[in-house]
Design a protein around this ligand. Structure first.
Ligand SMILES: N[C@@H](CCC(=O)N[C@@H](CS)C(=O)NCC(=O)O)C(=O)O
Length: 111
């Protein structure tokens, strides 16, 4: 599996948190072409945003969708927000994701 990401991206960080929490073997890949708007990266994520995950022959955009994919495929330890009351052990990861997703980064165009 490969995560196309920028280290300062808060959305990519949401997916990296889940990757580290679950101990997944995911290669951290730079953005092909060096820019989110590059033609090379458009072949991976037409939205031109980071992160994007390459796994099982799929190209998956959107941090939440990527995290759901991880949650479905690697359910332990649980890191999602689907049933927070049923997953008390996930509170620190969930809180981190909520905290991080409430912040902005220099790469975000939606301000
Ligand atoms: N909804 C997307 C948002 C991703 C996003 O906006 N990422 C920022 C970096 S933090 C980005 O790629 N911005 C570039 C742009 O909007 O052109 C997700 O959750 O993955």
């Amino acid at each position: 599996m490969k995560l196309y990401n920028l280290y300062l991206s808060n959305f990519a960080t949401k997916s990296r948190l889940v990757i580290y929490e679950k101990g997944l073997n995911v290669e951290m890949a730079p953005i092909p072409g060096g820019e989110l708007s590059s033609p090379e990266y458009a072949k991976i994520n037409l939205l031109g945003k980071t992160p994007a995950l390459e796994a099982d022959g799929l190209l998956i955009p959107e941090s939440e969708v990527i995290n759901e994919y991880f949650e479905d495929k690697y359910p332990t330890p649980r890191c999602c927000r689907r049933a927070p009351r049923a997953a008390p052990g996930c509170e620190s990861s969930r809180d981190s994701m909520t905290f991080i997703s409430s912040r902005r980064c220099e790469h975000c165009s939606a301000r």
